[in-house]
Structure formats: structure tokens, C-alpha cells
Design a protein around this ligand. Structure first.
Ligand code: NDP
Length: 331
């Protein structure tokens, strides 16, 4: 069946926020393709989630060279969708990809050299069937490559027309400040930073957010639900089709202790008092910070995206709610 995007997809006024001091708006909830969109996953399910997300106003889809498994196959999935369904909507989409983690053997298959970043970007464009991505990221800082070289490669990607904007991910506050300066001098200001941030992962609060606000860089938080922990998924056990059961490399069953489950139940009670689900509370909490442009979720079914988008109805917290949340998670 040929696809036609839902006409009312931009009707929710809470849907977009400006990324830092750039000219680019991003949806406050974006969809990442790290899990569930690889070559080993069901294509029709993946298609349903992505098209259903776009139908609900999610314009930003986040990839990396290594997403799959196998590595590269999430880009192939998205490329198939562009060819089959989303091609006519290319100008409505913000597609990002990254290079930094292991992709191929030898000294040029990971980290931050110009050699690796630019050849990886070419390979990503090929898999996606695109001439350019909207955002090209350095996926992680490289302690052995001069930052000037990594940032120079990002800037070159823009100058050569293969990316519209550049971003960085997993950089600490000092590395971020330095990268921001170099990129600005190169005429390709850093659009966005992608750190891990959730109620359970607070590192960005220790300096990174201040740097982003001062530099006018947007922020898109990955794993805002702590990979599904901060949702209704694990309240009563570990479902066989959940990430902790299916792919325990990243979220292990041993992470879901009785103590954790007790905390999740208390957070769930706070969510209910606000008229939200636990996932909605967790996303609203991430988005409460003005530096936060978008919460970058994953999903294994469209109903999760639908539930998560409703978090946008209330991203305000009063001081007593914030204190209660801190007490529950022991911060
Ligand atoms: P989340 O914390 O949003 O976890 C997503 C998982 O949570 C889903 O796969 C699903 O798990 C579960 N979930 C989501 N919504 C609901 C809901 N409403 N109810 C119940 N369960 C729900 O994010 P991810 O960890 O998936 O990361 C998101 C994206 O961030 C990635 O796709 C990637 O684009 C990016 N990322 C970037 C990294 C980087 O280094 N820059 C590193 C990691 C991620 P289940 O599958 O069990 O149903």
C-alpha cells in the first residue's frame, strides 16, 4: 500500500523546540533506531513505528553507522523506507547519523580521525540512499586524535554538502566547550549535543548543561527512559519481549533489582497523581529543563510512541514533585 502522511501531523503546538541558538526546530520527542530497526527485526513492524511516528509529527529520526544488528542495517531499513514511503517527505525530515564506535577492522574503523569519519559518512549515505544527512555527529570523543581534526572532518562534511549541521555525543563539558569553539571558528557551529540523561543518569547536570546553555547548543537526551526501565515495562517482572530479556547486553536483568522495582512503583504513583504514566513522567522530567530540545526515545511498538508523545501535555513540575522524585531515587 502506498503511504500518504497524515494531514494533521503538525497540529500539536507542543511538538517543536528550537535547537539552541540555531534556526532548526526539532520535535520534543524524537525517535532513535538503535534497537528494533535492524536487519534481524521485522521490517513491517519497523515501518509501522516509523511511519506512525511521522504521522504524529515526529520529524526527527536518529541513526548511527553501527545501529542494527548487524551494524549498518538500521540505516538500510531507513533507506528502504525513504525509497518506498518517505522520499516525497524528505524536506520534512531531520535525519541524523554518527560515526565514532567500531565499524570495520583496522586502524580507520572507529574513533575520530578524518579518515574514519568521512569514509563512514559516505558509507552511511550509501546505505540510506541519500545525498546528505541533516545532522552528522562525532559519536564519542577520541582521546588520541586532535579535536581540531575531528571537528575539521565534521565541518568538511557540511562544506561538501553531505551534512547540513554537525553534532557531538558523549563529550564532557570541557571537550564540549573546546569543540564548540573550534566548530564556530570553522563556520559550522555545533547544532546539538547528545548525552545520556534520565532520572537515573544525571552526569550532564554536573557542568554539561551550563556549557550548552552558554554556547547556545541544543541538547537531545538519549535513553531518557533508561532503556525502558522508567516505563511500565518492568513494574511486574521482565516480559519475554522486553529489551532486558531480548538483548541483555545493554540493560541486564540484574539491573532490575527489587530495590529498583520498589522505586519504580513509587515513581509510578507520582506519575498517576499527575495524570501521567511512568514513561510520560520520565520524559516530562527530562524535558522540564529549558536547555533540553528533545528527548530521544526508542520504541518496539507504535503504542509506546503514542503514549510517550502524550508526555508533552504536561512538562511542568512544582518543587515538591521534584523533591519527591529525588527522594525516591536517592539523589
Ligand atoms: P529509551 O530510554 O527511550 O528506551 C527505549 C525502550 O524503552 C524501548 O525500546 C521500549 O523497550 C521501552 N519503551 C519506550 N516507551 C515505552 C512505553 N511507553 N512503555 C513501555 N516501554 C517503553 O531509549 P533507548 O535506550 O532506546 O535510546 C534511544 C535512542 O537514543 C537510540 O535509538 C539512539 O538513537 C540514541 N542513543 C544514542 C547513544 C549515543 O551514544 N549517542 C547511545 C544509546 C542510544 P522494549 O524494547 O523493551 O519494548
Amino acid at each position: 500500500m502506498s503511504y500518504e502522511a497524515a494531514p494533521g501531523r503538525y497540529e500539536n503546538p507542543a511538538l517543536f523546540a528550537r535547537s539552541g541558538k540555531s534556526g532548526l526546530d526539532l520535535p520534543r520527542i524524537s525517535l532513535g533506531l538503535w534497537h528494533n530497526f535492524g536487519g534481524n527485526d521485522d521490517f513491517d513492524t519497523a515501518r509501522g513505528i516509523i511511519l506512525g511516528s511521522f504521522d504524529r509529527g515526529i520529524t526527527h529520526f536518529d541513526l548511527a553507522n553501527n545501529y542494527g544488528p548487524p551494524a549498518g542495517s538500521a540505516e538500510i531499513t531507513f533507506g528502504r523506507l525513504l525509497e518506498r514511503d518517505l522520499g516525497p517527505y524528505r524536506n520534512e525530515l531531520v535525519i541524523s547519523t554518527k560515526a565514532g564506535y567500531y565499524m570495520w577492522p583496522g586502524p580507520y574503523g572507529e574513533w575520530g580521525s578524518r579518515k574514519y569519519l568521512l569514509s563512514s559518512l559516505d558509507a552511511s549515505l550509501k546505505r540510506l540512499g541519500l545525498e546528505y544527512v541533516d545532522v552528522f555527529y562525532s559519536h564519542r570523543p577520541d582521546p588520541k586524535t586532535p579535536l581540531e581534526e575531528t571537528c575539521g572532518a565534521l565541518a568538511h562534511a557540511v562544506r561538501s554538502g553531505k551534512a547540513l549541521y554537525v553534532g557531538i555525543s558523549n563529550y564532557d563539558p570541557e571537550q564540549t566547550r573546546s569543540a564548540a569553539k573550534i566548530l564556530r571558528e570553522l563556520g559550522t557551529p555545533c547544532l546539538i549535543h547528545q548525552p545520556r540523561y534520565s532520572m537515573y543518569e544525571r552526569t550532564p547536570e554536573r557542568g554539561l548543561f551550563d556549557v550548552l546553555a552558554a554556547e547556545g547548543i541544543g541538547c537531545i537526551a538519549f535513553s531518557p527512559l533508561a532503556q525502558g526501565l522508567l516505563s511500565g515495562r518492568y513494574l511486574a517482572g521482565i516480559p519475554a519481549d522486553a529489551r532486558a530479556a531480548k538483548d541483555p547486553r545493554f540493560l541486564t536483568p540484574s539491573d532490575i533489582t527489587e530495590q529498583k522495582r520498589a522505586e519504580l512503583k513509587q515513581l509510578d504513583a507520582i506519575a498517576r497523581e499527575r495524570g501521567q504514566t511512568l514513561a510520560q513522567l520520565a520524559l516530562a522530567w527530562v524535558l522540564r529543563n529549558p536547555v533540553m530540545t528533545s528527548a530521544l526515545i526508542g520504541a518496539s511498538r507504535l503504542s509506546q510512541v503514542e503514549e510517550n508523545l502524550k508526555a508533552l501535555a504536561n512538562t511542568q513540575f512544582d518543587a515538591s514533585e521534584l523533591e519527591r522524585i529525588e527522594r525516591v531515587i536517592g539523589k
